[in-house]
Design a protein around this ligand. Structure first.
Ligand SMILES: [Zn+2]
Length: 336
């Protein structure tokens, strides 16, 4: 009889699909793609909608998929990850300009997007808005600090006259008192472009790891633990905290993230394995079971899957998953 490892339902009618240990949006791994039969369809659908999409679309890892040739089926841009031009002397007053990131349909980089800036006197910084955010703006002394009439500093940035005009007409429509100025001279990165229009940009990518993203990552680790240890193991109460965090958004699981290499002793700061794979590992550490995950050589996330608990040492396992290839498996070696 099947029991769902997340909600513990025993309704046998609810096990029609399979759960992929690694969400399918990150690819599959041939005939050995790790899947589970012990996640009910209700939980599976809920995860697909709530967690997997957030991980795939709204994280640096998700966006990196596009660069690696895994594209989205629809053009939806991340809300949680921002691309900005670096604040360098070279970029001058364009430092902080918002860029479009990567096109989810093609993986191609998108340069400057039409945008509107207002100087916030209170915070002494420019606040930046996309054209579609203009309608929500409320320009007041309370938010942006007080300045004399007509003295508020504002600017429009776009990569063409058309984009400038689009922002301008949006400002007029919502009665934002922008005093028309000449367009700024073309941004330096456009002048530097080679004849095909390509320019090398130094950009900052700003993201934050919210609860949903954490839950999505813990789900992969919980799935992986079940795949390695069997559902009889992860159904035990030692795993409840992880289960309830993923499924019911209960108490946050402790964890940390770093840019440490994933493969201890094999990778260093300067030497890393190929950046097109996903690394996952479960192990005993300081009296707890820890799950570690890293996608595309980006951040290494560590979570306490089961506290004051341990798994049999021979079950401490690591996988390297590369889309389209069979998983590479490893077990922990004790060198004495
Ligand atoms: Zn369930």
């Amino acid at each position: 009889m099947k029991i769902c490892i997340y909600c513990k339902t025993v309704d046998q009618e609810k096990f029609k699909g399979v759960e992929h240990v690694m969400p399918q949006s990150f690819g599959t791994f041939g005939s050995e793609t790790p899947t589970l039969n012990c996640v009910c369809d209700e939980c599976n659908n809920y995860f697909g909608r709530e967690l997997d999409q957030a991980l795939a679309r709204d994280t640096l890892e998700g966006i990196t998929r596009y660069k690696k040739g895994i594209f989205s089926k629809e053009q939806r841009f991340p809300k949680n990850v921002k691309f900005e031009l670096e604040e360098t002397e070279e970029n001058g007053e364009y430092g902080g300009t918002m860029l479009g990131g990567y096109d989810p349909l093609t993986g191609k980089p998108i340069g400057v997007i039409p945008q509107f800036w207002i100087k916030n006197i209170k915070k002494n910084k420019w606040e930046k808005y996309r054209i579609n955010q203009i309608r929500e703006l409320e320009i007041s002394d309370e938010i942006y600090g007080s300045v004399g009439p007509g003295k508020r500093e504002m600017r429009i940035i776009g990569s063409s006259k058309n984009e400038y005009d689009d922002v301008l007409s949006e400002l007029k429509k919502y009665k934002i008192p922008y005093r028309e100025k000449e367009m700024l001279s073309p941004p330096p990165f456009i002048e530097k472009a080679d004849p095909t229009g390509k320019a090398e940009l130094r950009i900052n990518i700003i993201g934050n790891i919210n609860r949903k993203i954490k839950r999505a990552l813990v789900k992969i680790l919980f799935n992986f633990s079940t795949y390695i240890l069997g559902e009889q193991e992860t159904l035990k109460s030692a795993w409840d905290k992880a289960r309830n965090f993923v499924r019911n958004d209960e108490d946050t699981l402790s964890g940390r993230f770093s840019q440490e290499p994933f493969w201890d002793g094999q990778e260093t700061k300067h030497f890393r394995f190929e950046s097109n794979s996903y690394n996952i590992r479960i192990e005993n550490k300081n009296g707890n079971v820890i799950g570690i995950i890293q996608l595309y050589n980006l951040f290494t996330y560590e979570f306490f899957l089961a506290e004051n608990y341990f798994i049999p040492p021979e079950k401490e396992t690591a996988y390297r998953l590369t889309p389209g290839k069979k998983p590479c498996k490893g077990i922990k070696m004790k060198i004495s």
